[in-house]
Design a protein around this ligand. Structure first.
Ligand SMILES: Cc1cc2nc3c(=O)[nH]c(=O)nc-3n(C[C@H](O)[C@H](O)[C@H](O)COP(=O)(O)OP(=O)(O)OC[C@H]3O[C@@H](n4cnc5c(N)ncnc54)[C@H](O)[C@@H]3O)c2cc1C
Length: 405
């Protein structure tokens, strides 16, 4: 029986606590917040998209950063294992669009409660303190410090999360621990984050949400999109947000400039769109173009679309030329915006970068330089797209660590 200290009572820390305690180890979890799983509670808009019913290859294809590092741990504990784990704890699950798995109750608290209750039954001890340092002697982790107080153990598991949404407790302490111990950390940047737009018209569109549009992300001078997806997005005071935008941000590199195009009518090709516009025109010959387009486009977007194609919004439909129509179709199929960049990491769903995976054994999550020191979850330089993959990373890496004891 080993004495194991886990730093962080979030998704990965709680899962590791349960898995290690199931193997009859003495487990102590240190959590700096007053409650456990603070970030888990806000996942999936409070519904917790805990995994994605995909096989290992498919999960890996949704991990843009260091997918191969995840191979062993995903094979040891895959999406089905995550679902079986929570089912066995009495949490009924359901699968929604995009193979996303949620608790049937739509309450993320059911996931947190299941983990915490199971941990308590297994005798896991929780101490609500912020760990300030990891004690290492002779290249071996020996325990943790909380100010002047020292707690000793046979192993230390760092499960401190990333640096996004710092109010949930993840302020990047794990990176500081690593740096203090000479373990390398790759640069930290935001991913799955809203995006700032150059054009000032976005402010006027604030609050407008677009459904069933295709968002395309291009490098500024390229015509081949690096991301293209159908879904939802919305305008904010600084730019754009919503599922499509967050997903697109995972494809942006820090040193590259990008632009967006929105296909506002992806269901209609240019020909069909032209016929649809002509039909609307034929029924409204004496009305203004702005009034006629209300069936096709959201009202608040119409002035901007018309401005982009150089058509006066008060122009009567019967005066609209063939060229006007062509310009209108072009703009509806490719509404253009230039990107300033991503919003700060505080607003990101996920942190890109972290503990360099070259320093970690992918089968056990043990640090190669320091024995009995482990890193799991978002603190590692591994991140995924939306869809439940990030929590699966947290659970799989947490499971791997328990296989050592
Ligand atoms: C708004 C939002 C929605 C999300 N939705 C989803 C989703 O639906 N599906 C999905 O797969 N992913 C989602 N994610 C991402 C997912 O929440 C994270 O990837 C996951 O929580 C990472 O788990 P973790 O255990 O590594 O870190 P965390 O869950 O962040 O836990 C880290 C814990 O460590 C504690 N801690 C930090 N430093 C110390 C210290 N020095 N001492 C003691 N304790 C410390 C923190 O307080 C925290 O409780 C979402 C993220 C956000 C922000």
């Amino acid at each position: 029986m080993a004495r194991i200290i886990i730093v962080g009572g979030g998704a990965s820390g709680l899962m590791a606590a349960v898995r290690c305690a199931e193997r009859d180890n003495e487990v102590i979890v240190f959590e700096r917040e007053k409650i456990l799983g603070k970030k888990l509670l806000i996942t999936g808009k409070g519904r917790c998209n805990l995994t994605n019913v995909s096989d290992v290859d498919e999960i890996m294809s949704n991990i843009p950063r260091n997918p191969r590092f995840m191979y062993s741990s995903l094979n040891a504990f895959n999406a089905k294992d995550t679902m079986d784990f929570f089912n066995d704890l009495g949490v009924s699950l359901k699968t929604e669009r995009g193979k996303r798995v949620f608790p049937k109750s739509d309450r993320s608290s059911d996931i947190v409660d299941a983990l915490v209750n199971r941990a308590k039954i297994l005798g896991v001890k929780f101490i609500f303190e912020r760990v300030s340092e990891i004690i290492v002697e002779d290249h071996k982790a020996k325990g943790v410090k909380i100010g002047e107080k020292e707690y000793f153990s046979d192993a230390v598991i760092v499960a401190t999360g990333g640096k996004s949404y710092p109010k949930t407790g993840s302020t990047g302490d794990g990176y500081r621990f690593a740096e203090m111990l000479g373990v390398s950390v790759t640069p930290i940047t935001p991913s799955l984050v809203p995006v700032e737009i150059k054009e000032s018209f976005v402010k006027e569109l604030m609050g407008l949400s677009l459904r069933n549009v295709t968002l395309k992300l291009f490098k500024t001078n390229s015509i081949k999109p690096v991301f293209e997806e159908l879904g939802e997005m919305l305008f904010t005071h600084f730019g754009v947000s919503g599922p499509l935008v967050l997903s697109s941000s995972a494809h942006m590199k820090e040193d590259t400039s990008y632009r967006y195009e929105i296909d506002l009518k992806p269901g209609l090709d240019e020909d069909k769109l032209d016929k649809r516009i002509l039909r609307d025109f034929s029924m409204n010959t004496n009305r203004t173009i702005a009034n006629t387009l209300t069936k096709l486009l959201p009202s608040s977007l119409i002035p901007q679309v018309l401005k982009m194609c150089g058509i006066n919004k008060d122009k009567k439909v019967n005066l609209i030329t063939r060229e006007d129509r062509k310009a209108l179709i072009k703009t509806v199929k490719a509404f253009k915006m230039s990107i300033i960049g991503k919003r700060p990491i505080d607003e990101a769903i996920i942190t890109r970068g972290g503990i360099n995976v070259k320093e970690i054994d992918p089968k056990t999550m043990e640090c190669k330089k320091i024995n009995s020191l482990y890193f799991i979850g978002e603190v590692l330089d591994v991140d995924a797209y939306t869809g439940g993959f990030n929590l699966q990373i947290a659970f799989s890496t947490a499971n791997s660590v328990s296989l050592n004891f």
